[in-house]
Design a protein around this ligand. Structure first.
Ligand SMILES: [Zn+2]
Length: 348
């Protein structure tokens, strides 16, 4: 576990100055890919550490820090959707879920939501387990993935908070966390690094073309790093190749090529592409596809602005639908056919 990110130093000081929180629950909120999860784990580790530094950071040497790093601290409990836990290998439930469904298929079939059973298990953690008296810390990530029943179950716990328990909720989408949960948390807006800081950080991590990666990842440095190292790069390049040549766009083969990529990711690529098309037409500037400026310029005169805006709105709906189980290939075919139709200005 490395140190907290440079852009989090200020909020760290503010939050840890007196080690007293105003409540028993924190809600760390902010866009995806800015290091909220790492910050939350650092906070938990430092609160459990028996010999924190002057900056209130975990010492990294005591037995508590040792347990934490081995993912086995008896006073720390982490709740995340099965799909994320399998992916990150963070959860103690990993093996359990592997056994249930067979590891080869786990990633695909694992739940994207935090279930009520997962929240119910917290009761055992709070009342029956643990080491000595100190703090118990529960990290819920990302909080917006709790389904309705899970959220209501957590709300009950927040309404009658057990002593010496700190809940740390982390969310990318505050508006999707129940208002009644939000109101019971001390809300912390997590800082977003500016572009220069992000690029400097990406350079430190030897990312090729940090500016393009950062833009492609919506200006979140951690997402940009994942993007550069991720399995999606080849698919992303294929996407750009097809989409940039809208006259010859083969919706069916593009859909086939991308059907294994997370649908929400593909939709977001097209959302950003349409954002740039509209933005270039109306302001002469683009935001995301900086390497594709010439292409976007060339396409600029070829589509109807209002139709493009209407199409971009339908992508918002598609983004919501992309999280539900459906036929990915058909979903993508329809989306690319609609895009091609919009760009050709012709009706089929
Ligand atoms: Zn320590």
């Amino acid at each position: 576990m490395s140190d907290i990110y440079s852009w989090q130093q200020g909020i760290w000081q503010k939050l840890t100055q007196n080690r007293q929180f105003r409540g028993h629950a924190l809600l760390l909120k902010g866009k995806k890919g800015i290091g909220k999860y790492g910050f939350a784990r650092h906070l938990a580790k430092s609160l459990l550490c028996t010999a924190p530094t002057a900056e209130q950071k975990a010492c990294g040497e005591c037995s508590s820090c040792g347990w934490f790093e081995q993912h086995g601290h008896p006073n720390f409990y982490q709740v995340m959707p099965e799909a994320l836990a399998v992916h990150s290998g963070e959860s103690s439930e990993k093996e359990e879920s592997d056994e249930k469904s067979g590891s080869a298929t786990t990633k695909k079939s694992a739940s994207q939501q935090i279930s009520i059973e997962q929240i119910r298990k917290l009761t055992d953690f709070v009342y029956m387990t643990g080491h000595q008296d100190g703090y118990k810390i529960i990290l819920i990530y990302p909080a917006e993935t709790m389904n309705r029943a899970a959220a209501n179950a957590l709300l009950k716990k927040l309404e009658e908070p057990p002593a010496n328990v700190l809940f740390i909720l982390v969310t990318h989408q505050t508006q999707h966390v129940l208002p009644t949960i939000r109101s019971r948390c001390q809300q912390i807006a997590m800082p977003v690094p500016d572009i220069e800081t992000s690029i400097a950080w990406l350079k430190q991590h030897a990312i090729n073309d940090p500016q393009a990666c950062l833009a492609a990842a919506g200006f979140s440095p951690l997402s940009a790093q994942q993007f550069d190292q991720g399995e999606n790069v080849a698919q992303y390049q294929q996407f750009i190749q097809h989409i940039a040549d809208s006259k010859r766009l083969d919706a069916l083969s593009l859909a086939e090529a991308l059907q294994q990529t997370a649908l929400s990711v593909v939709v977001s690529w097209l959302q950003k592409w349409c954002y740039d098309l509209i933005s270039y037409r109306t302001t002469g500037k683009i935001r995301y596809y900086l390497n594709q400026l010439a292409t976007i310029q060339a396409l600029s005169g070829q589509f109807d602005l209002l139709e493009c805006i209407t199409f971009a709105r339908t992508l918002n709906t598609k983004q919501r639908l992309s999280h539900h189980p459906l036929n990915p290939r058909l979903f993508l075919e329809e989306m690319f056919i609609d895009y091609a139709t919009m760009m050709h200005g012709s009706r089929q």
